[in-house]
Design a protein around this ligand. Structure first.
Ligand SMILES: O=C(O)CCC(=O)C(=O)O
Length: 260
């Protein structure tokens, strides 16, 4: 699929865009069921965690390390539409930094405002070095706690640029089940409050970064032998599982014949 030029333009100028119908409702439902199965495993094994300092309350349900939880999540993270957007933003080489889920149940509140790039790279943030591909396993609406963000905030280069009232200025994205929402890693955002009586909002966050950045998840110690066996050579490179890595920045040196 060729991503429409206006979508990539919106991503570059506003820092986000929605691509609807990337997966079917059946696939979204299957991924949601796999998510809850993984959560039940976590609860049974004492692995159910939140993100300290960021997460609001226990109605906010996290599932981490999705690549190891079900092959369906490998399909999502290497989905060709997702990868096309990632390449358009980060270039040909990139790493998969993280893949996690956040389910906002009714009563879930808004988390701390942050930008994902600011969590992994010190200021100044002068270029886009990461991008989120957000999978909507359910509809995401303002009422059910869809992600709130400030369009254009990917142009902030330091903490000084972040307005004190940023939380009041943000808006929610709305996207139907089966969509992806691409979000520049420098966009300042938060989860919304889920004020519905009975809707769960389930989003999975595929976080990709330039290949010279250390990933948030250390895949070398996170993946089971069964998961490793099923990965393509390309996925192994994206996850940093090969012996060599971080050799793509100095292309001019290679042209000069400098190589080890
Ligand atoms: O759940 C959301 O809407 C946002 C999640 C988020 O920003 C994060 O996990 O860092």
């Amino acid at each position: 699929m060729m991503i429409a030029a206006e979508k990539l333009h919106q991503l570059a100028t506003e820092g986000w865009c929605v691509l609807p119908s990337v997966i079917s409702h059946e696939t979204a439902d299957a991924a949601l069921a796999a998510l809850w199965a993984a959560r039940r495993d976590d609860e049974a094994n004492g692995g159910a965690e939140a993100i300290p300092g960021l997460d609001p309350n226990e109605r906010n349900v996290r599932v981490f390390n999705l690549i190891d939880r079900d092959p369906l999540f490998v399909d999502l993270v290497e989905n060709p539409v997702a990868v096309e957007v990632v390449r358009a933003v980060l270039g040909e080489t990139f790493s998969i930094s993280n893949f996690t889920a956040n389910i906002a149940l009714p009563g879930s509140k808004s988390m701390e405002v942050h930008s994902d790039q600011a969590l992994v790279v010190p200021e100044p943030w002068v270029q886009t070095w990461s991008v989120n591909i957000i999978w909507c396993l359910t509809d995401a609406t303002e009422a059910n706690g869809s992600t709130r963000f400030l369009p254009g905030s990917h142009h902030f280069t330091s903490y000084d640029d972040v307005p004190a009232d940023i939380a009041q200025r943000m808006r929610a994205f709305e996207a139907p089940k089966g969509s992806i929402v691409a979000m520049d890693g420098r966009i300042w955002h938060t989860s919304g409050a889920n004020v519905t009586a009975d809707q769960e909002r389930a989003l999975c966050f595929g976080y990709y970064s330039r290949s010279f950045l250390r990933p948030q998840q250390n895949w070398n110690v996170s993946l089971s032998p069964e998961t490793l066996q099923g990965l393509s050579p390309q996925m192994r490179r994206w996850l940093g599982l090969e012996a060599k890595g971080n050799r793509d920045v100095g292309r001019s040196l290679l042209k000069l014949g400098v190589d080890d």
